[in-house]
Design a protein around this ligand. Structure first.
Ligand SMILES: C[S@@+](CC[C@H](N)C(=O)[O-])C[C@H]1O[C@@H](n2cnc3c(N)ncnc32)[C@H](O)[C@@H]1O
Length: 313
């Protein structure tokens, strides 16, 4: 698969909002590099990756790098990223150089770029996510290890929205539960659900590439007896019943299927939603109440919110 590297040269102040834009555009991880450090490697970095004259770069600021798969939506996505970054000026955020550059990298270069940054991460009490190339040994006997290969998946599994979803699954999922994972991406939440003892997990994603990568990761983690990935638009045509529905997807999309989630969940079942920005928290809470849910917990990490609701009996 071909990947596109999106680099944005900006200021420290803009790191968080620009990272959020990249995440919302579908990047599962953002690499932040200090320009001063990069200048030290100017020959390789500026020469090979950016194809720019190093003298054009001031020795300050940061470069945010994210990777998106090259597909038919890429052009549109890049335009949306540029637009969203420029919109930040309206909020008085100093974008500095605000240079957006795009280059295509192949599988090998992409994997090498990630290998530098992607290490095993303990994301919850029990779950550690580790890249396939790391030789990781569990620290305790009840530790659950999810192996992800970002060379064939979207996610490193360590974005705050994913981490909060994993923490909520660990807390609310019971052994033998039936689970639906809406917007599975790399399949990380489905793998976690299976490792936590679910009896079956249906993983849905609209994107065919995501479905394929979820299938590969499910197999890699040896949970293919329990978890199955399928291309599907949200919960359309899905009957359930489920004990848990988990969805790490944008608030605007969650609002489109709260009724369907209520329909497929058993009374008392949990709806774990993440990927919600602070500004949309109240909209999602209100819609949960309208659709027959009671909010049981709200988690917050950086600027992101996860809402755990329970279907009323
Ligand atoms: C933020 S990613 C979450 C990936 C993974 N579940 C995680 O927690 O790391 C959101 C996923 O939702 C998928 N998605 C977006 N719209 C969808 C829809 N209408 N139906 C199903 N999946 C959708 C995207 O393709 C993407 O893989």
């Amino acid at each position: 698969m071909k990947w596109s590297e999106i680099s944005i040269h900006t200021t420290q102040e803009a790191v968080e909002p620009v990272s959020n834009i990249l995440h919302e555009a579908g990047a599962s991880g953002v690499v932040i590099e200090d320009v001063a450090d990069l200048m030290k490697e100017r020959n390789s970095v500026f020469g090979e990756i950016y194809h720019l004259n190093p003298n054009d770069y001031p020795a300050e600021g940061v470069i945010l790098k994210a990777y998106l798969p090259v597909n038919s939506f890429l052009g549109e996505t890049v335009e949306e990223i540029k637009q969203a970054v420029n919109n930040l000026i309206t909020f008085d955020i100093d974008l500095g150089a605000n240079m957006v550059s795009i280059s295509e990298v192949n599988e090998e270069e992409w994997a090498t770029a990630w290998k530098k940054y992607y290490k095993p991460v303990k994301v919850s009490e029990k779950i550690t996510i580790t890249p396939t190339w790391e030789d990781y040994s569990p620290v305790s006997s009840d530790e659950l290890i999810i192996e992800l290969d970002p060379g064939m998946a979207f996610g490193t599994g360590t974005h705050p929205t994913t981490v909060m979803s994993l923490q909520a699954l660990e807390k609310y999922l019971k052994t033998e539960d039936k689970v639906a994972d809406v917007g599975t991406g790399s399949g990380v939440l489905s793998i976690a659900a299976a490792l936590l003892g679910a009896s079956s997990v249906d993983a849905f994603d609209l994107d065919e590439v995501a479905v394929n990568s979820a299938r590969l990761n499910i197999k890699l983690n040896k949970v293919q007896q329990t978890a199955h990935a399928k291309q599907n638009d949200l919960l359309k045509g899905v009957e359930g019943p489920y004990d848990v529905v988990v969805a790490n997807i944008l608030a605007e999309i969650i609002l489109r299927f709260t009724d369907d989630a209520a329909n497929v969940l058993k009374p008392g079942g949990y709806f774990i939603t993440s990927g919600i920005i602070q500004g949309k928290k109240q909209d999602v809470k209100d819609d949960m109440a309208r659709a027959g849910f009671t909010i049981v917990e709200v988690l917050e990490m950086e600027d992101w919110v996860a809402i755990i609701s329970r279907k009323n009996s």
